[in-house]
Design a protein around this ligand. Structure first.
Ligand code: KG4
Ligand code: ZN
Length: 341
């Protein structure tokens, strides 16, 4: 059975085809992605209306590309899955509308998928797939959550950010350092050349005794340090500030993840979402896991940020586990705000 997945919740159009066979972990046949980053860069952030219009332009060419790469045709598509939320309403409507129209034309069922469930299950697309149960650290541009995952569809929220997400902390810090949008990857590249102990930045809620996060104060501290550097800071100073910012974010993410492992007694950690691509986060989590006899799983680097493969995969795993059923009801809605647990 083949599941076509369409992702359009923000500034990436992603399409993928996943094959489901019995109880085996579903397999990715092909995926294609178009990132709108360049278009939004001029504005310093995502412009929702431009995002929606661009999804319209990209989604069908990407679908053709995926089918060609998988050496399949539309007739081979058994279920059409799409991101139902959370995300930008207009952008979500494009993916949902196209998915439901396509499914109606093919007389196939549709399934709306939660974007965060896509991220959460994306490590199952990697060669080193995890097994249930595990603790999930979900770190994207809009979310920072620790979850206990028993099985597909059984998610218990252990802690989350009370203000900004980790990706937002990367992006906002990068923006005020003049590193453009999205700043996470740029800040992390620069951080590799700087000193992580150059600036004393806060580790918000590190000793709060719970598994919640807070990153808004960190951004303000970065702003204050940046102002102290004067009108024309040196490249070295900016690299040091980038390294110090990354160190603060990563330390909180690592320590809270380890605290979640202790609290649950579980031995597997699954990291997902855009910030999961951060090499310093991976380095520190791997080192800590090795010391404690824990296993850490990540999505493949190119599947950390938004993509269609994770949506097709989440749909396939929901269908396979019986957590959801696809239906031929083509009257769709989207859910811009939608809690996962
Ligand atoms: O999961 P994602 O693609 O989109 C959302 O669903 O939000 O995550 C995007 C976020 C952005 O904040 C981006 O700056 C961050 O992930 N990001 C990174 C890295 N790559 C992407 N942050 C730190 N280091 C990276 N290497
Ligand atoms: Zn995402």
């Amino acid at each position: 059975m083949n599941v076509l997945g369409i992702e359009s919740s923000c500034d990436e159009t992603g399409v993928a085809l996943v094959r489901m066979q019995g109880d085996a972990v579903p397999v990715l046949r092909a995926h294609a992605l178009y990132s709108q980053i360049q278009m939004h860069q001029a504005y310093g952030g995502v412009v929702p209306e431009l995002a929606s219009r661009d999804h319209i332009r990209r989604v069908l060419p990407l679908t053709r590309q995926v089918l060609a790469e998988a050496e399949a045709t539309l007739a081979d598509v058994d279920v059409v899955a799409y991101t139902r939320g959370p995300g930008l309403a207009g952008a979500l409507l494009v993916g949902a509308g196209v998915a439901c129209a396509l499914a109606a034309a093919l007389d196939r069922p549709v399934l709306g998928v939660h974007h965060l469930e896509g991220h959460l299950l994306s490590p199952f697309l990697s060669a080193d797939a995890p097994t249930f149960p595990f603790v999930a650290l979900l770190v994207s541009g809009g979310h920072t959550q620790l979850m206990r995952v028993e099985a597909v569809g059984r998610y218990e929220l252990l802690g989350e950010t009370i203000d900004d997400a980790a990706g937002e902390a990367f992006d906002k810090s990068a923006k005020l350092m003049g590193l453009g949008y999205p700043g996470g990857p740029a800040l992390s590249r620069l951080a590799a050349t700087g000193r992580a102990d150059a600036f004393a930045l806060p580790r918000p809620l590190l000793h709060s005794g719970n598994l919640d996060f807070s990153f808004a104060g960190l951004k303000t501290a970065v702003l204050t340090q940046h102002r102290r550097l004067g009108a024309e800071p040196t490249a070295e100073q900016i690299a040091d500030l980038a390294a110090s910012t990354q160190a603060a974010i990563v330390e909180v993410l690592v320590k809270k993840s380890l605290a979640a492992m202790r609290a649950t007694g579980l031995t597997r950690l699954v990291v997902s979402g855009g910030v999961g691509a951060n090499s310093e986060l991976r380095r520190q989590l791997n080192a800590a896991a090795q010391r404690r006899g824990l296993r850490v799983h990540y999505p493949e680097l190119d599947l950390c940020t938004d993509n269609g493969a994770m949506i097709a995969m989440a749909a396939a795993m929901r269908l396979q586990s019986g957590a959801a059923e696809a239906s031929k009801d083509y009257a769709f809605d989207v859910r811009p705000r939608w809690p996962l647990s």
